[in-house]
Design a protein around this ligand. Sequence first.
Ligand SMILES: C[S@@+](CC[C@H](N)C(=O)[O-])C[C@H]1O[C@@H](n2cnc3c(N)ncnc32)[C@H](O)[C@@H]1O
Length: 388
Amino acid sequence: MTPPLPPSSKNLSVPAGGAPPGQPRRRMASRDAAERAAFFARREAAGVLRRVLRGDASRRAAGSIKSLVYSPSVRNKRATFALVCQTLKYLPILKEVLASSGLLTSKWKKQEELVYVTAYDILFGQEIAASGSVEQLIVLHKDVLMSALEKICVRRKVHSVEDLLSKKSSVKPKPRFLRVNTLRTTTESVIEELNKTHTVEKDDMVPDMLVLPPGTDLHNHHLVKDGKVFLQGKASCMVAVALCPKPGWKVIDACAAPGNKTVHLAALMDGEGSIIACELNKERAKTLQHTVRKSGANNIETINGDFLDINSNDPSYAEVHAILLDPSCSGSGISTERLDHLLPSHSSGKLWIVMAHAPCVYLSHPFRKTTDLHGYWVVMRVVFAECI
Ligand SMILES: C[S@@+](CC[C@H](N)C(=O)[O-])C[C@H]1O[C@@H](n2cnc3c(N)ncnc32)[C@H](O)[C@@H]1O
């Protein structure tokens, strides 16, 4: 599908007959290509937005925003992701503006999400060509929409859209958490080192967890690169702490990659005892091995395979004290990274349990083997969005 560029849109910026004097054809061609890419990105974003909003409304999310954007059907992932996030951020305002302008009639309701994405782009994003019917609608009514926006600002007694957004938003920026890898260093020496350049506090709940101001970027810090600290969320760290393995125990980490909890277990066990870390996926198993190497733990055996295939009659598993079961897939597993705070249900103030961390689909398997599991401690992640 090639997006039509109707005469009206060409008239917006390009004089009839081709390039304006002094403007090379090449620049025009690249602008056409950019407009075409933006046209498709808006449609891809609208598709993702529809699934996100429907999932949010019915509490049956088809996936996180990231997982929907990164599905193979979305081609321009970067632009689509940015558009979805930005549109969600501005959505309450966009809805109000569109409602007061009366633009979202039943005819356009069918393309509601595309109207939101396009209205975002035109009102708050970039200047775009009226390359499709929805673009034409919004471009044509841009003045009406802008004046509706101004009236809302006046009514709310704010000077800018940013003020309006911050009034609407209930999201507090999350601090940057990090976990000291006590196999390689001590919490005190990390605090001393980081204190030279940052404000650092100890977490009051999770041992060896440090808290830094939101937005602190430590990805390239030598402590991170050397495996002395792990950039691990608080929720993620609570799991091994809850399991509380003792030095000398034998523990299975059933779904281990990328291995953050595996190496946390090793640290809590002071490197004593043993950990069997299973990972089904071949590529992720390599990441797991990398994390294990980086941690300096030498009591971890990694297995690239399905933990359900473990033969529990094998005598080598007779001594297993505990299984850490973390089968869901979601970054380091905190709601900020899942972008849940952008969803309408978040602003409605409802408490969400991040059930992605305890999906029955996986649990149904091990529970078939209830007798095998008898006597093991299984710790699952069930994280309350509000407590992190
Ligand atoms: C949420 S991630 C684990 C995150 C990890 N615990 C951490 O904190 O770094 C889930 C992992 O489990 C793996 N997995 C899912 N089912 C599995 C199974 N039956 N056996 C082994 N690994 C499995 C997935 O491939 C995925 O890499």
